[in-house]
Design a protein around this ligand. Structure first.
Ligand SMILES: [Zn+2]
Length: 409
């Protein structure tokens, strides 16, 4: 229940902090995670999967004999370090690996966790038709932000740890799997197929993703890099109408930010029942299929175009430049919302950009007057997701646009 008490230190506004809020800090680092490799087999019909999570970590010091990983509601079968079975404790929330051989500083260690998951409730979502929605497609997709990657693989689940990543996944035909980075290999195994994706640029666990479905694929490119759109086959006609400006947006943001699009490809996958509008997983944005525009909706709907611009801008602000703690989420959300103004200004007019910014200012002021007032950076909350409000998106955009690039002047 929200705290409705008025706080005199808050200029008469309600307090942002819900009961149970507390300061949040990143955990102590036992080492630097260098690489995460998920090797998974999906049983889509049974909404379950099993596999191995390999984590390569460089310890910060000698003598660490315990590694604590975030891992919620997974079934942990066994743990190995350097190929040797290790004892572990698991309470359903955290996995404590008791290293029989304590670490040596800088001596890289590979930990392999064999695990399985049945009918997960968060992190990874199995979508399937049912009696009420017989037309629903069969899909699997993930959502890590903010702290839900731990529901689909064991990890050091906070944005201060950046690593390269790799996902190898076995799925039944005719489904395809899309993930971060480049597709390095596919392999046919009778009625199954293996997709092997590899991301060579470091990124945090919350941006690791997997999307599986029977998608129609559209391929464009920007400066030789694939720019791809994936939609359910029945919505194939709407893909270009909704996402077709992406190559021009990549060109525009590369110039506006003074830094070329940094990843080897840019994919957008429109998925069913997505819990947000979009999620900027590194080089592989997931979008709700509700953003897809048919001919009629395309006439007066700018929301989808702004969503595409927002998630794309995150590839620079959020994915290339990563916040170290959720309290700084305004840096990426403010920039992505500001990028919407930049795009509207460039694509339409100065007036359109100024009006768009006015809309964002009004959104923020409405929240400030009716809900609460808070500092844009705060580490006091119950769950990080509470931070994703008008203060960091809309006010963030206004702060960033106030005196830069001449928008609205
Ligand atoms: Zn965003």
């Amino acid at each position: 229940m929200p705290n409705l008490s008025f706080d005199s230190d808050n200029n008469g506004r309600r307090s942002f902090e819900l009961p149970g809020s507390r300061p949040h800090y990143n955990p102590d680092r036992p080492g630097q995670v260098e690489h995460i490799f998920l090797d998974l087999v999906l049983d889509i019909a049974r909404q379950s999967y099993h596999g191995t999570c390999h984590i390569r970590i460089k310890p910060v010091r000698d003598g660490i004999d315990r590694l604590t990983l975030d891992a919620v509601n997974l079934q942990i079968n066994s743990v190995q370090a350097a190929g040797i079975e290790q004892p572990f404790d698991y309470d359903g929330e955290q996995l404590q690996i008791r290293l029989e051989q304590p670490t040596q500083a800088e001596k890289t260690l590979e930990v392999s966790i064999d695990y399985q998951v049945e009918q997960p409730q968060r992190g990874i979502y199995f979508i399937a038709p049912d009696d009420d929605y017989p037309e629903k497609p069969v899909q699997v997709w993930t959502q890590g932000e903010d702290e839900d990657s731990r529901y689909w693989f064991p990890c050091f689940d906070y944005p201060g740890q950046l690593a390269t990543s790799e996902i190898r996944v076995r799925i039944p035909k005719p489904y395809m799997a899309i993930s971060n980075g480049e597709l390095v290999d596919t392999q046919d195994l009778g009625s199954d197929r293996i997709y092997h994706w590899s991301q060579k640029q470091v990124h945090p666990t919350y941006l690791m993703t997997l999307a599986v479905g029977d998608f129609a694929e559209f391929k464009e490119e920007w400066q030789g890099k694939p720019v791809t759109y994936y939609v359910e086959r029945s919505r194939a006609d709407d893909a270009l109408r909704t996402m077709g400006k992406t190559p021009r947006m990549i060109e525009f943001f590369s110039k506006a930010f003074g830094y070329s699009y940094p990843f080897p490809k840019y994919a957008q996958v429109c998925v069913n029942d997505f819990i947000f509008g979009g999620m900027e997983n590194t080089s592989t944005t997931l979008l709700t299929d509700r953003c897809l525009l048919d001919e009629r909706a395309a006439l007066d709907n700018q929301n989808s175009e702004s969503l595409v611009a927002h998630e794309l801008a995150h590839q620079w602000f959020g994915d290339l430049v990563v916040i170290k703690h959720w309290s700084h989420a305004w840096i990426k959300e403010g920039m992505a919302s500001y990028a919407e103004i930049l795009w509207v200004t460039d694509e339409y007019s100065q007036e359109d950009g100024a009006y768009y910014r006015l809309g964002e200012a009004r959104n923020y002021l409405a929240e400030d007057s009716s809900r609460y007032r808070r500092p844009m950076v705060t580490h006091v909350y119950r769950e990080a997701i509470e931070l994703y409000d008008r203060h960091i998106y809309d006010k963030g955009a206004c702060v960033l646009s106030h005196d830069s690039l001449g928008v609205g002047r």
